[in-house]
Design a protein around this ligand. Structure first.
Ligand SMILES: [Ca+2]
Ligand SMILES: [Ca+2]
Length: 213
């Protein structure tokens, strides 16, 4: 008896935890930049509501009150128009043109904030950030340690880095792969990198890639 009550309690806790997680992910304001097209796709979860006059703002940085020169996109509409099929809160997301404002110098990184609010900021206030540039510059995205570019860092990556570091004949890594492999950022790929990747892949506590110290 005691045991079944306990199980029921655990099951309920698990269900509410899952519900909380899915509610959060479904409700989030999301922003996905496209640096090729210089646009950002913005989407608000379908269960979210805004009412009255609604404003969408995109600006450089994360300030609570952005400076005028950091504002790169602003649009305002009443809630119905904002949520129409081509409004800035269209159900499946809306691609907003950024008119060159997503250009960042190679090697630099810029964080942008997207904010959606009704005129009082009370019946709907959503915010998210996205990032352009960074260590990869204009290169395709990569994850440090993910030498084979399959989006996971595991022992296969450590092995690949080791083989490259020990000059395996015929083994070629692309520029992006080499950046992903140089996890201690010393511009060389050697056994130290392979070792860091292995330790990371085997979940060494506290180890973060790239290693910056
Ligand atoms: Ca990998
Ligand atoms: Ca290195």
């Amino acid at each position: 008896m005691k045991s079944s009550i306990k199980k029921l309690f655990v099951a309920c806790a698990a269900v509410s935890a899952i519900t909380a997680v899915s509610a959060m992910s479904a409700s989030a304001l999301t922003a996905t930049p496209d640096t090729e097209a210089n646009s950002v796709k913005v989407a608000l979860g379908s269960s979210e509501t805004v009412s009255g006059e609604t404003t969408i703002l995109v600006f450089k940085g994360t300030a609570a009150v952005p400076a005028d020169e950091d504002i790169i996109y602003i649009n305002q509409a009443d809630a119905e128009d904002a949520k129409s099929s081509n409004g800035f809160l269209a159900p499946n997301g809306t691609v907003l043109p950024m008119d060159g404002s997503l250009d960042v110098a190679e090697g630099e990184e810029q964080v942008y904030t997207v904010r959606v609010a009704d005129q009082y900021g009370t019946n709907g206030y959503y915010e998210t950030t996205f990032k352009v540039g960074g260590s990869g510059g204009d290169d395709p995205d990569f994850v440090y340690g993910d030498v084979d570019l399959n989006t996971k860092v595991n022992t296969a990556d450590a092995n690949l880095a080791l083989r490259y570091a020990t000059r395996e004949a015929g083994l070629v890594l692309s520029d992006v792969q080499q950046k992903a492999a140089d996890v201690d950022l010393n511009t060389k790929i050697n056994t130290a990198d392979a070792n860091y990747i292995l330790r990371y892949a085997t979940r060494e506590a506290g180890l973060v890639l790239p290693v910056t110290k």
